[in-house]
Design a protein around this ligand. Structure first.
Ligand code: ADP
Length: 162
């Protein structure tokens, strides 16, 4: 039996922080499904198909052979169940993430007892990176190349030119 983990997120855009979590999760689980959420409540910069495309490009460049991709539009626990995942992976950068994520893990645990949430502490090299700040910097014409890979920064540059 292989253990599958779901790594859900908005990935608007994918950052070096997300890629670090994906690499590390891929060492811990037999398979990692990176699931892009189309949350209706969030105002996004990149449309769902572009967030998914950029994730695929950037993750494929890492040459991991046990990562696949999906999208979801409902509860994370339902996405986990649909993928046959035993765990939901989340990254923790700071106490703000911690407070929110621990509560979320408890809610998800109450909704689906068989799905565990596994937290990975963000790596020191990338623990300050947040997609929301990357978007703000890009909108103000700043250089985002230290936070996101090249294809992604190029795509955001093109999008904001329009
Ligand atoms: P969401 O809207 O679900 O929070 P995000 O794309 O912002 O989606 O984040 C997805 C997951 O990745 C979350 O668990 C978040 O804490 C984690 N994450 C985001 N940025 C980083 C980072 N720099 N280092 C480690 N984990 C991160």
């Amino acid at each position: 039996m292989s253990t599958i983990a779901l790594y859900p997120g908005s990935f608007d855009p994918v950052t070096f922080g997300h890629l670090d979590i994906i690499k590390r999760a891929a060492r811990l689980f037999d398979q990692v499904v990176v699931a892009v959420g189309s949350h209706h409540t969030k105002t996004v910069l990149l449309p769902l198909d572009q967030r998914l495309y950029l994730l695929e490009v950037e993750v494929n460049a890492l040459n991991l052979n046990n990562v696949r991709f999906s999208t979801f539009d409902g509860l994370v626990v339902d996405a986990a169940r649909n993928e046959g995942a035993v765990a939901i992976v989340r990254g923790l950068r700071n106490t703000t993430d911690f407070d929110y994520e621990v509560q979320m893990a408890a809610m998800n645990g109450a909704l689906a007892q068989q799905v565990e949430t596994v937290f990975l502490a963000a790596s020191p090299a990338t623990n300050f990176i947040a997609s929301s700040l990357v978007k703000q910097i890009a909108r103000m014409g700043g250089d985002i190349s230290a936070f996101v890979p090249e294809t992604t920064s190029g795509a955001i540059g093109e999008l904001l030119k329009k």
